[in-house]
Design a protein around this ligand. Structure first.
Ligand code: NAD
Length: 299
């Protein structure tokens, strides 16, 4: 099967990245008893189980997106792993059962349409969309030029808008869920984050818009705001001084792990959260709930 649009924008993919034979469906006999597919009990012509739920996870090549992919699969889902970094995605996806890589850039409208078509061609359904792909560039307001502003906005905000809009018809079919990743930087203002923090605050509002407008179709939309996690994204902008300051300001006194964030994401996408929509959940060790002065009081 060769889905349309199966190439990275502007760069041909290596054959190994272009090969959907890597999709490993489980057959009905292998399904975990905890699987909660919809009523349709459908086996495809190829004998594939088409009732397992499918999550589309953007930014799945590493960090929080990769941890989320692993947790979905542990819970019986299939995962369409989306990332624009084809090499890292191919490495991440190799050996993962029940997932397949799709190399696309979520900030480009034409690519997003092709991406959703390719995922639907491969899996036939989408039950959850995790808008996780993100970039971080920090700088003072006066030194944040328009090019940097746009680089941050086009992935962190445009990407969430574009992917979500393109997936609405599929989520209407499954009464599925959007899960958007914002940040504590979208909840609280801080220095150097005029672009990043503003993009994440907008994602929080976009989530509420989605919940308000799409609830009538049975579609839920929620937002997770991670605190600091030692991923490549964070470590590129967190100096030792910033790390120490975070430890001081966070009641749990540490960074979170990718897995701790994934647990909240997968829960909110699951049937266990079937009456939860329009919510913003900080998974941040208590950072958002705490006022100024705590570090000093500890000493
Ligand atoms: N790590 C943290 O401390 C932290 C804190 C708060 C929020 N977040 C948010 O969590 C999300 C995941 O962050 P992470 O720390 O795992 O980052 P990461 O850099 O480890 O992973 C992000 C992935 O997204 C991909 N990506 C970036 N832009 C893309 C695009 N336009 N199209 C497709 N793929 C793209 C990258 O190639 C990368 O694989 C981001 O939205 C980030 O803003 C992270």
């Amino acid at each position: 099967m060769t889905p349309t649009g199966w190439r990275r924008w502007g760069a041909p993919l290596a054959p190994s990245q272009n090969d959907l034979s890597g999709i490993r469906y489980r057959y009905r006999d292998d399904r975990a008893s905890s699987d909660t597919g919809p009523d349709t009990d459908k086996i495809s012509e190829q004998g594939l189980d088409m009732t397992a739920k499918v999550a589309l996870v953007t930014g799945a090549a590493r960090g929080i997106g990769l941890a989320t992919t692993h947790l979905f699969i542990e819970q019986g889902w299939h995962v369409a792993m989306i990332d624009r970094d084809g090499d890292e995605l191919a490495t991440a996806a190799a050996g993962i059962t029940d997932a397949a890589p799709f190399v696309y850039d979520v900030s480009q409208p034409e690519q997003v349409d092709a991406m959703v078509a390719a995922v639907l061609e491969a899996y036939g359904r989408i039950d959850a969309v995790v808008n996780n792909a993100g970039v971080a560039e920090f700088g003072p307001i006066e030194q944040t030029d328009f090019a940097m502003w746009r680089r941050v906005m086009e992935t962190n905000l445009d990407g969430v808008f574009l992917v979500s809009q393109a997936c609405i018809p599929a989520l209407k079919e499954t009464k599925g869920a959007f899960l958007n990743i914002a940040s504590i930087s979208g909840l609280r203002a801080s220095t150097l984050r005029v672009a990043y923090g503003t993009s994440k605050a907008a994602v929080i509002q976009l989530t509420k818009q989605q919940a308000a407008e799409l609830g009538e179709y049975g579609i839920r939309a929620n937002c997770v705001c991670p605190g600091p996690v030692r991923t490549k994204l964070a470590m590129a902008v967190h100096s030792q001084e910033i790390i120490d300051a975070y430890h001081d300001a966070i009641p749990l006194n540490r960074y979170g792990s990718e897995r701790e964030i994934a647990e909240v994401i997968v829960f909110l996408c699951s049937e266990r959260a079937s009456y939860v929509t329009g919510q913003v959940v900080a998974s941040d060790g208590g950072f958002d709930s705490t006022g100024v002065g705590l570090p000093a009081l500890r000493k």
